[in-house]
Design a protein around this ligand. Sequence first.
Ligand SMILES: Cc1cc2nc3c(=O)[nH]c(=O)nc-3n(C[C@H](O)[C@H](O)[C@H](O)COP(=O)(O)O)c2cc1C
Length: 312
Amino acid sequence: MMDWTDRHCRYFMRRLSPGVQLYTEMVTAAAIHHGDADALLQFDASEHPVAVQIGGSDPALMAEAARKAATAGYDEININVGCPSDRVQSGRFGACLMAEPERVVDCFEAMRQASDVPVTIKSRIGIDDHDSYAYLRRFVDPLADAGCRRFIVHARVAILEGLSPKENRSVPPLKYDRVYRLKRDCPDLEVIINGGIRSVAEVEAALERVDGVMIGRAAYHSPFFLAELERRFLSGADLPERLSIVKQMLPYIEAQLAEGERLSRITRHMLGLYAGQPGARAWRRALSENAHRRGAGVEVLASALDAIPEAA
Ligand SMILES: Cc1cc2nc3c(=O)[nH]c(=O)nc-3n(C[C@H](O)[C@H](O)[C@H](O)COP(=O)(O)O)c2cc1C
């Protein structure tokens, strides 16, 4: 998620679940070509398994991005065919590419030739008034024929004009049945459902019909959800203490600060750690008010912890 799942966020999330697959925010192929690719693709070894999401529609640039992502060590390379923002549309990529499956196939094939890392797709169920199962299949089938095996489908259409990106994540209704049907009709594909899934019970229900669930906002706002998912569906490990998660972050934070990073760039992702717990508001407030101050260090976390009754 743009501006949310940066490397600091992913490092933190990995403390909560050793097993979930993490995804980067979208990085454009153009930025990788023109910018500092090493910095854009940098991640910590402990983030594995981690996928990079690439946005673009020029097969040559997409292949270059895939090659660099593979060299950087990513476990999966995902093509963004779901973002509806104007900026992305003017670059003719993101959700508007659902109308051009051949172009996505060209990108997919170029990327596959450029690296051995699995290339996957994240899309919507449709765009604008192309809101039918047939339209989803018109998009998926040529990619499946080209060898794509994993499809992550955000179960709502994207409205390309008239709705903001934020509205496009809530206004078009969720149509899970469309995604379930895709799995039923194409059992050889790995189908991962996304959109509005917020509880262990909802994940459990979805997993009866598809191969996986992608969680966005619920994991960001309540990161402890990842620990619950780890316990229920992955290792079965006991839930960690939130305090131990904070303690695990301290050496990382100190190392990052020593390299010149600002404390708030890391702690902003930790605001939801105590969501739903006593002291959640005090924790959040202490971090938000103090972490951005010049020279702020790990003592800010210590005093935020002091504000929480159970951690004292
Ligand atoms: C702030 C924000 C940024 C996002 N950026 C991306 C992105 O870069 N790539 C992407 O595929 N989806 C992006 N999304 C969409 C989410 O990945 C997800 O598809 C959507 O929020 C629905 O899932 P959820 O209800 O579990 O959050 C973003 C969502 C949010 C809230």
